[in-house]
Design a protein around this ligand. Sequence first.
Ligand code: WT7
Length: 658
Amino acid sequence: MSETLENLYSETRQFPPPAELAAAANVTAEAYEQAGADRLAYWEEQAKRLTWTKPWEQVLDWSNPPFAKWFVGGELNIAYNCVDRHVEAGNGDKVAIHWEGEPGDTRTITYSDLLKSVSQAANTLTELGVTAGDRVAIYLPMIPEAAVAMLACARIGALHSVVFGGFSVDALSTRIEDADAKLVITADGGYRRGKPSALKPTVDEAVAKCPSIEHVLVVRRTGEDVTWGEKDLWWHETVEQASTTHEPRSFDAEHPLFILYTSGTTGKPKGILHTTGGYLTQVSYTHSAVFDLKPETDVYWCTADIGWVTGHSYIVYGPLSNGATQVMYEGTPDTPHKGRFWEIVDKYKVTTLYTAPTLIRTMMKWGDDIPAKYDLSSLRILGSVGEPINPEAWMWYRANVGRDRCPIVDTWWQTETGGVMISPLPGVTSTKPGSAMTPLPGISADVVDDSAQSVPDGGGGFLVLSEPWPSMLRTIWGDDQRFIDTYWSRFGKGAGAGDDWIYFAGDGAKRDDDGALWLLGRVDDVMLVSGHNISTTEVESALVSHPSVAEAAVVGASDPTTGQAIVAFTIPRGNVDTDGAAGEQLIQDLRNHVAKKLGPIAKPRQIMLVAELPKTRSGKIMRRLLRDVADNRSLGDVTTLQDSTVMDLISSGMQAAK
Ligand code: WT7
C-alpha cells in the first residue's frame, strides 16, 4: 500500500465551518481534548444523555477481549428512551415522523402517537408469546410500522433482525433460519417506482421453509390481494386493537438489541450483534454531534432504508432517542419525477439531509437544473455515508444542494461499528472534499502497514480501530470464532503480535500531511498494476473529475504483462455525445485525463461507456461482477443486484468493443 498513488494529496480545497454554526455548535474542539485525556470518562459523560433505571458500575470491561462489555451493571429500556421520556417531558405533541408515501399520501406521527403504537405492538408481541431474548424478523417497506416494530421488540427485549424489503426468498429464509426467528412482521407490499410491489408472497415462500416461525404479522399497505395462511395475522386486527398502555421493563446494558446481516463478498451472511446501553449511547451522541442536532428547530431526513444499519442507527435509534423531528420517505428518488427529493426538502423545510454518494452521483447525472428549481434554503447540514465520496461529487453536493452554505459531514462507519466513527464535526472541522477527516472524540482509529505499524502522515495502509468503542458489534450471531477471525486476527494480539487487540475494518486508507483520513474502499478493491498498488476509488475519482463523466467503476483485470490492468466502466453525463467517433474521442480523452491526474501508471487499459452500473440494493457498486466481465468469465452470483438486466447490457457492450 505504500506505493499507492498520491493524487488525493493534491486536493487543496478546504472549507471552514460557517461562523454562525460554529458559535452555536453542540460540540466544540474541546471535546477532542477531553476525550483524548480520558476516553472512558468521555463516554461515561455521553451515556448520561440517556435515562437509566440503574447506574453502571464500570464503564468498560475489556477483560476478555475482543468481547467487550460497556456500562457494566447498568439498566435501561431503549424504547422508553426513544419514546416515553419525550412524552413525559411534555413533548408528546411534537412530530416524530413526517411520513411521505411514494404515491403522495402522508402521515404525521407525534411522539404521543408513537408511544401508543409501540405500546400496542409490544402488547401484541407479548400475547403472541414473544419474550425477551426471542428473535423477530422484520421485512417491511419504509412505512412507520417498521420503526414501531423495531421499538416494540426493543421494548420487550426481543431481538429484531430487519431484512431489507428488496431481498429474495433465499436471503430472507437463510436469515430467519440463522437467527431461529419466531415471528415475521411484514406487509402486503409497498410502493416502488409508481406501483405496488408485493412482499407477502416472498414471506409465504420463506416461511414454508422455516418451521421456527409461529406467526406472521401483516401490515396492510397496498391493499392488494394476499394469500392467507394459518400463521397469518393482520396488524390492524391485532396491534391496532391492543391496549395502548404498556409498562416498559429495564434490561441490562449488554442485553442484545438486534442482529443485522451483512453479506460481505464471500461466505454466508454474518449476523452482526449489537447490544443495548453502549449502542444507544454512541448513536444518540453521534447523531447529536455530527449533525449538530437542534431538536427544537431541526427537521432531519436520512434517505436510507430501514433495512440497512444507517436506518437502524440514524432513522430509528439516534434521532428518536434525541427527540428529533424527521422525515421518512417510502419510495424512490425519481418517482413521479426526478425532483422528488428536493420537493420533499422544500415541503418539510428539511434542515439536515443524510444520503449516499451513489444518490449524489445519480442526481449529478440527472443535471444541475433539477435541484435548481427548488427552494433548498432550509438546509443547514449535509451528510454522506456508504462509500468514499469522490471530490467532484462532494463539490457538486456542496454547490447544488448546499448552495455553498452548508457544511458536509462525510461519515465513515460500518454495520459492525454501529455508529459513526470518522467524520467532521460541522461546527469545528475545516473539511476537505472527499475526506472523512478525523476520528470523532472518543474514537481511536489508525492507518497501519502490513506489520501493524502506524504509518506516518502522508502514508497509506489499512484502517484499524485501536480501542474498543461503545456501539461496537459484540460478536457474530452464533459464531464467536468467526468474529475473532474476521475482525481481530489480522493485526495485534489476535494475530499473535503486539499486546493490543486491534480491529481491522477491511478498508484501505491514507492519512495526509494534516492528519486527515481518506478512505479508499475495501482492500479487496485495490489493484496491483506493474507492482504498484492503485485503489479503484482513486481512479474512479479521477474519471468523475472529468466534466463529461457522471459515474465510474474501476476494476483490475488480469493482464499478461502488468499483472493487473485497469478497466473502467464509465457513465457519461446526460448531455454528452457518445456516438461513433465522438465516443472514441471521449475514451481517448478520459484515458489521458486519468494519466494526467494520477500518472501514466494509472492510465486505464480499457474504458467502456455504459448506461448503468451494477449496484447492490444499498447502492454499492458490485465490482466483483465487473471483474468477471473484464476477465471474460461467466458472471458470479447476481441475486443481490438491484437491477439484474444491467449486467446483460454491460457484457454485450464489452463483447462488441473487443
Ligand atoms: C463499508 C461499510 C455505514 C453505513 C452504511 C454502510 C464503506 C461507509 C464510508 C465513507 C468511505 C465508506 C466502507 C465500510 N463506507 N461509509 N464515508 N467513506 N467508505 O455500512 O454496508 O456495513 O459498509 O462501507 O468500505 O467498510 P456497511
